[in-house]
Design a protein around this ligand. Structure first.
Ligand code: IVH
Length: 669
């Protein structure tokens, strides 16, 4: 299989796993398998930054707020952690920090904390009184679980006088192993593990149920605060303790050279601990350094989770199911006889693709070996015992529409060629259109989209905006009613204005994930400008095509995908009717207009002391457009060491040249 197809496959798997874990509290894959997928995908992405468009699932943190709870916006986003699994990877983590800080060999100090397998929570105190609690949600906005958190006996309701006026305190809500087993024994519904039990208990609409479940809390991080509380993380933890929070007693202040030993020590204690942990979190102790290091995407640069290795088990492979995705990709998954792997019931595993099944010669009826770590389900490692089955023959036709399923020469993925005549693809595109990050229409989740599609109410995205006219019919459906039908209409009507970025992403153009949609939106600014440029870009060699190809992050393959989309008459028809129903707002560059870089076209060249992606991200965050090549449209060329032809060209064109120091000053770095 080519790297590209492997990457696409990985993204689909990660996306599915994200949804299972965060939205349904029903993980279908063990953490170790999930982490392995992410790491493989990240490595491929590092080698092929041009695939960034498709990497949206990597950036996703958590799931959306569940219906039934009010929503709470976090004052500071709640992020996630990157993982390492081996000493060399931890060393690489240290090296990254040093590179970023431009540090010599002086030793870094860390706080090591067991990584609790629960769910993260943000607690807000105003005027030193506890006012609300929210789950992580999508990282920006979570569910308001204040009433439920108030049932936790260990929650401080009041903070003493030395606490700031406003503070968000973050921690982990968890259930001990003993309480988890007792709960499962006492009730019919079985939770797969303590994490799910804690999540299920916290997300109860009736807080009396939460009160009856034994939940605990460890505090370990901070969000917004009106005044600094400490200068080091260790000092911060001591403050939390003095304010009455439970802080994990195994937390320790260690030199960077002590991590490996600490890892081993906690690993040895793991089984005997009262709660599940899946690794150790290492955080830079100095908060000023943390601040300088900042974040990359979903995770801080100043911390990492060193995870424990995987657990293994074996079970019967009952069937190989084939699913058809939005772009027609046929994806196999293994249905297993449920097996308990370290406390998690595993029913499905992904089989990657045709070649992987062939390579491992996995057949229906085989006993297969699975691997999981920390939390949930597994990856299939291989066949342990051959059953009666014949070698698996991957279908050459789409299991949904029967169209020929073709395999590109350089791809391991077989794709249904049915296009919009394949119901699976049509419905997957509709689901994508309504999903989070795109139109995000509450009430039009996967199930409803499938149902409305089957009824013939939805065949393409513009139909969504005709649904409010069907409100009485929807209200009459099983499981609906006047209130929920009216809510759906309201949710749809609320999306009649949409930002350009989300609009572009929603179209589901191949390789145009959230990141590339953002790049395009920022670059072109408005829908008419984008639309016109895309029409013009269909001509190879045209200025519009060259401009498209020069947007940093958009390579020739992506440009080709965009052009292909605009070459399809049915797509143009969809766009035309969509723009009648939806007002598309110009991309946000104006909000950042304070920055001297806002709206400027910037090119980096030569070696900079900061990593190139970092420089690019900083500039983009301030509203700049970063391109690869110098043209008349370029405003600034930032030259590092050994800058070559680009610097020369800039000089020829009379474009402003900045040193890295000047750029840093402009970016406030
Ligand atoms: S710090 C910005 N510390 O692990 C860093 N997280 O994989 C925020 N977790 O979402 C997290 N124990 O739910 C941190 N001692 C600890 C943790 C911890 C468990 C969880 C937390 C977080 C997830 C990231």
């Amino acid at each position: 299989m080519t790297d590209k197809s492997r990457f696409s496959r990985l993204m689909a798997q990660i996306e599915a796993a994200n949804a299972a874990y965060h939205e349904r509290d029903a993980p279908e894959m063990p953490d170790a398998a999930y982490d392995a997928l992410r790491r493989e995908a990240e490595a491929l992405l590092a080698a092929h930054p041009e695939w960034r468009a498709e990497s949206g699932a990597l950036a996703q943190v958590g799931g959306r707020a569940a219906a039934g709870f009010g929503k709470r916006r976090h004052l500071q986003p709640m992020l996630s952690l990157d993982n390492v699994f081996a000493p060399e990877e931890f060393t690489e983590f240290l090296a990254r920090i040093r590179r970023f800080l431009g540090l010599d060999q002086s030793a870094l100090e860390f706080v090591a904390e067991p990584k609790i397998d629960g769910l993260s929570i943000s607690l807000t105190y105003e005027g030193r009184t506890f006012t609300r609690a929210a789950t992580r949600g999508d990282g920006t906005e979570g569910e308001d679980v204040t009433a439920n958190i108030l049932t936790l006996p260990s929650l401080p309701r009041q903070l003493p006088a030395d606490a700031p006026d406003l503070i968000e305190i973050r921690g982990e809500v968890y259930m001990t192993k003993v309480d988890f087993l007792a709960l499962n024994e006492a009730q019919e519904k079985q939770f797969a593990n303590p994490r799910n039990a804690a999540a299920g208990s916290l997300r109860q609409l009736d807080s009396r149920i939460t009160a009856s479940r034994k939940l605990s809390l460890f505090a370990y991080a901070s969000g917004e605060t009106s005044q600094p509380v400490a200068q080091t993380h260790w000092e911060y933890l001591q403050k939390l303790k003095s304010w009455g929070f439970d802080v994990n007693p195994l937390s320790a202040l260690i030199p960077e050279t002590g991590a490996e030993a600490f890892q081993a020590q906690i690993g040895a204690q793991r089984a005997a601990l009262a709660y599940d942990i899946d690794g150790v979190v290492y955080k830079i102790n100095d908060l000023a350094l943390q601040n300088r290091l900042g974040f990359v995407g979903r995770a801080p640069r100043w911390a990492t989770a060193w995870k424990f290795p995987a657990e293994k088990a074996s079970t019967l492979l009952e069937d190989i199911e084939i699913q058809v995705g939005r772009t027609g990709a046929l994806t196999p998954r293994a249905r297993l006889t449920p097996v308990n792997v370290g406390g998690v019931l595993v029913t499905y595993a992904t089989l990657h693709n045709e070649d992987e099944i062939a390579r491992k010669d996995i057949r229906i009826g085989d006993i297969v070996e699975l691997q999981r770590a920390g939390d949930v389900i597994p990856q299939i490692l291989g066949v342990l015992k051959r059953g009666e089955g014949q070698p698996f023959r991957f279908p050459a036709t789409c299991p949904v529409c029967g169209a020929h399923a073709a395999r590109d020469e350089d791809e391991a993925i077989r794709r249904c060629t049915g296009g919009l005549s394949c119901p699976a693809q049509v419905v997957e595109r509709l689901i994508h259109f309504c999903a989070r990050g795109a139109f995000d229409i509450e009430g039009l989740g996967e199930k409803t989209v499938r149902d409305f599609f089957a009824r013939g109410w939805l065949t393409s995205p513009p139909d969504i905006f005709a649904l409010p006219a069907r409100e009485p019919e929807i209200a009459a459906l099983d499981g609906w009613g006047a209130v929920s039908a009216a809510k759906l209409s309201a949710a749809i009507n609320a999306r009649r204005r949409m930002g350009l970025e989300k609009f572009i992403f929603a179209l589901g153009i191949r390789r145009i994930g959230e990141n590339n949609a953002r790049l395009l939106a920022r670059h072109y600014g408005s829908y008419p400008a984008w639309r016109e440029a895309m029409a013009a870009a269909t001509v190879i060699g045209s200025d519009a095509r060259l401009e498209l190809g020069s947007i940093s992050g958009i390579g020739p393959t992506i440009a080709q995908d965009l052009v292909a989309f605009f070459a399809e008459p049915h797509n143009l028809a969809t766009l035309a009717s969509l723009t009648e129903a939806v007002t598309i707002e110009d991309a946000q560059a104006a909000a950042l207009s304070d920055s001297p870089l806002a709206g400027k076209v910037v090119v980096f060249t030569g070696t900079l002391s900061m990593a190139r992606p970092e420089a690019k991200a900083r500039a983009e965050a301030l509203g700049a457009k970063v391109t690869e090549s110098v043209s008349k449209k370029t405003d600034y060329v930032v030259v590092g060491e050994d800058a070559g032809s680009k610097a020369k060209k800039a000089a020829e064109l009379g474009i402003a040249i900045l040193t890295e120091a000047q750029f840093r000053a402009m970016a406030g770095l």
